[in-house]
Design a protein around this ligand. Sequence first.
Ligand SMILES: C[S@@+](CC[C@H](N)C(=O)[O-])C[C@H]1O[C@@H](n2cnc3c(N)ncnc32)[C@H](O)[C@@H]1O
Length: 238
Amino acid sequence: MSDGLQRRLVHQASAPYRPAGRWAWHFARGKLSNDPVFAALLRPGLLPASGRYLDLGCGQGLLASWLQAAATLHARQDWPVEQAAPPRISAYHGLDMQAAAIRYAHLALADCDFSVRLDLGDLRDFALPGADVITLFDVLHYLPDSAQEGLLQRIRSSLSPNGRLLLRVGDGAAGLPHRLSRVVDSLVVRVQGGAWPQLHCRPATAWQALLGDLGFRVEPCPMAGAGFANVLLSAFPN
Ligand SMILES: C[S@@+](CC[C@H](N)C(=O)[O-])C[C@H]1O[C@@H](n2cnc3c(N)ncnc32)[C@H](O)[C@@H]1O
């Protein structure tokens, strides 16, 4: 993606967080500018042309704001011809256990073109609704191993044959970059009023093996400049 498009997208996707206050807006700008996962989402084929999204551990809903921003720029023809048309959300359902994050998401996603539902709750006992795309970005390591496995099992059972899970996890074997990344995650939870979390990490190879054991076919997706040793995995029901 060109730098110009990246800048316009960051501006468009972070502006709706202004009513939520300075923290939410600055956090949106910083994360959308620096996290390579957002540019990766616009790569052709990673996501379906259109679909219902279930964003587990959605935080302040940046994924929805980013894809809404892409749809807006594309509709305005403020979109490079060489860049594939962005994937569209037909309905978005986000869940998070941080009340502040859900409050920010409500404010920022109020004017989306698609229906938005946001729930405050714990994904360990959340009944998974139907979805074409389930996302878990930087979330699984907050759960103990058995809860990680239980959740992935439930996702496997709930996904339609054409559905996909998009998972971003840390590579627990990556040493210092991995530890830095986890410190950042913990600080964000603390700043939003949560308790200092206990993290449960695995090496990237172990995540892939676990998904395989649970009946997923896994495709690793490269991310440009993934400095914090995170990996993005697409997982499809076998
Ligand atoms: C590092 S943030 C990532 C947020 C979002 N996925 C993103 O990429 O911007 C992790 C999020 O997972 C949420 N989370 C952790 N454990 C959870 C649980 N058991 N149930 C619901 N949300 C949880 C935290 O509240 C936090 O908002």
